[in-house]
Ligand binder design. Structure first.
Ligand code: NAI
Length: 357
C-alpha cells in the first residue's frame, strides 16, 4: 500500500470481506484534518481488486480537496463496494456496509455515489448514525445529493461561459453531456430550463431516450460525445474521461462537468490549457452534493442557506480561472496548491491542539 502510486499518506484504509453477505468493500480515509472524513459510497463492478483500490485512494483524496475548497468542516474519505451485487442480496450487504462504517467510530461519514441510492443509505442508517443523504425532512435539506451537485455544475458552466465566451447566459449554448444518471440527468434539466441546447450520450439507452423526450436533446454515440462540436463538454459519468488523446482532439472551448477525477493525467490538463480550453476543476465544480450532505449531517441549515453555498461555486471558479490566467498555470494546478495549503494549515492546527491537551 505505501508504495502504491495513488497512496497519499491516507490516514486509514479498511478492506472489508464479509463472507456471510458477500460484501467486499474498501473504505479509504484520506484526511480528518478539517473534520470527520466525508464522501460517498460507490458500487461498481471493477475489472480487478487493484482497480477498486486505486479508485478508493484517488476518490478519497479528491474528497479532502473538495471539502477543503468548499470550506466545509469535513475531511475526505470514500467507500467503494465491489459489484456485482444481486438485488436479493442488497439489503443484507448494505447492512454489513453500515456496520463497517460504524466500526470506524465517526471518522468516516458515508452517502450516495455512483450505483448507490437513497434507499441503500436508509438501510445503512439502520446500522450506523454516520450516514447522510437520507430522505429530506421539513425544510428540504437532505436526500439525494445529485440535484444539488447538478445545480453547482450548472452555476459553474455559467461562470465558465462568462469567462471563456463572454456570454452572460446559457441561451443557445451547446452543451454535450456524457453520462445521464443522477448528476447528468438533473444537469440536463437545469440547462434546458435556461435555454441551452443539449447533446447527450449514455451506455444506458433508456436514459438517452428520456433526455431526448424530456429536453429535446440530440443524441451522440458514447465514443464520440467528448469530441462534439459544442461550446461545453460536461463529463458526468465515471472518472478519467479526459485522456491526453481526448484533450488533444476536443473541439469545445470549455470542459465543465460533474464527474470526479475527470483528467486522466496532469498532462491532459496541460494540453487543455495549451489549446486554450478552459477546464473547471472537478472537485470545485461538483461540490454541491457534499455541501448539501454537510448541511444535512451537521444540521442547523435552511435550504436557502445550502443553496447559497452551492451558488458560491460560480464566483469561486471565476477566481480560480482568473488566477490561472494571471499566473500562466493550469486551473487544476491552481486548485491543487490551494487545497493542499488548506489541508496543511488544518493539520498543523490539529497537531497544536493535540499537544495542548
Ligand atoms: P449515476 O450512477 O447516477 O450515473 C452515472 C451514469 O453514467 C449512468 O447513467 C451510467 O449509465 C453512465 N455511464 C457510465 N459509463 C459511461 C460511459 N462510458 N459513457 C456514457 N455514460 C456512462 O452516478 P452519478 O451520481 O450521476 O455520478 C456521476 C459522476 O458524478 C461520478 O463520477 C460521481 O463520482 C460524480 N459525482 C456525483 C455526485 C452526486 O451527488 N451523485 C457528487 C459529486 C460527484
Amino acid at each position: 500500500m505505501f508504495d502504491h502510486p495513488d497512496f497519499d499518506h491516507h490516514e486509514k484504509i479498511l478492506e472489508v470481506d464479509d463472507p456471510d453477505t458477500g460484501l467486499k468493500a474498501i473504505i479509504a480515509i484520506h484526511s480528518t484534518a478539517m473534520g470527520p472524513a466525508a464522501g460517498g459510497c460507490r458500487l461498481w463492478t471493477y475489472d480487478s481488486f487493484g482497480d477498486a483500490r486505486r479508485d478508493a485512494l484517488r476518490l478519497s483524496r479528491g474528497m479532502s480537496y473538495k471539502n477543503a475548497m468548499a470550506d466545509l468542516p469535513l475531511g475526505g474519505g470514500k467507500a467503494v463496494i465491489l459489484g456485482p451485487v444481486h438485488s436479493e442480496d442488497r439489503t443484507a450487504l448494505f447492512r454489513a456496509f453500515g456496520r463497517a462504517v460504524d466500526s470506524l467510530g465517526g471518522h468516516y461519514i458515508t452517502a450516495e455515489d455512483v450505483g448507490v441510492g437513497v434507499a441503500d443509505m436508509q438501510i445503512v442508517a439502520t446500522q450506523t448514525r454516520f450516514v447522510s443523504g437520507l430522505a429530506s425532512g421539513a425544510g428540504g435539506v437532505g436526500g439525494d445529493p445529485s440535484p444539488f451537485t447538478a445545480r453547482g455544475v450548472r452555476v459553474g458552466i455559467e461562470a465558465a461561459v462568462r469567462t471563456r465566451l463572454g456570454r452572460e447566459n446559457l441561451t443557445g449554448v451547446r452543451v454535450a453531456v456524457q453520462g445521464l444518471g443522477g448528476v447528468g440527468g438533473h444537469l440536463c434539466q437545469e440547462l434546458h430550463e435556461r435555454g441551452a441546447r443539449l447533446i447527450v450520450a449514455d451506455i444506458n439507452p433508456d436514459r438517452v431516450a428520456l433526455m431526448q423526450s424530456r429536453y429535446q436533446a440530440d443524441i451522440a454515440a458514447v465514443d464520440t460525445i467528448l469530441c462534439q462540436d459544442a461550446d461545453v463538454i460536461a463529463p458526468c459519468a465515471l472518472g478519467g474521461a479526459i485522456s491526453e488523446n481526448v484533450a488533444a482532439r476536443l473541439k469545445a472551448p470549455i470542459v465543465a462537468g460533474g464527474a470526479n477525477n475527470q483528467l486522466l493525467t496532469s498532462k491532459a490538463g496541460e494540453i487543455l490549457a495549451d489549446r486554450d480550453i478552459l477546464y473547471a476543476p472537478d472537485y470545485v465544480i461538483n461540490g454541491g452534493g457534499i455541501i448539501m450532505v454537510s448541511g444535512e449531517y451537521l444540521g442547523g441549515q435552511t435550504l436557502d442557506g445550502v443553496l447559497a453555498q452551492v451558488d458560491a461555486i460560480g464566483p469561486r471558479l471565476e477566481g480560480i480561472f482568473a488566477a490561472a490566467k494571471r499566473d500562466g498555470r493550469t486551473t487544476q494546478d491552481v486548485v491543487d496548491v490551494m487545497a493542499r495549503a488548506k489541508l496543511t494549515a488544518a493539520r498543523q492546527i490539529k497537531i497544536q491542539k493535540a499537544e495542548l491537551v
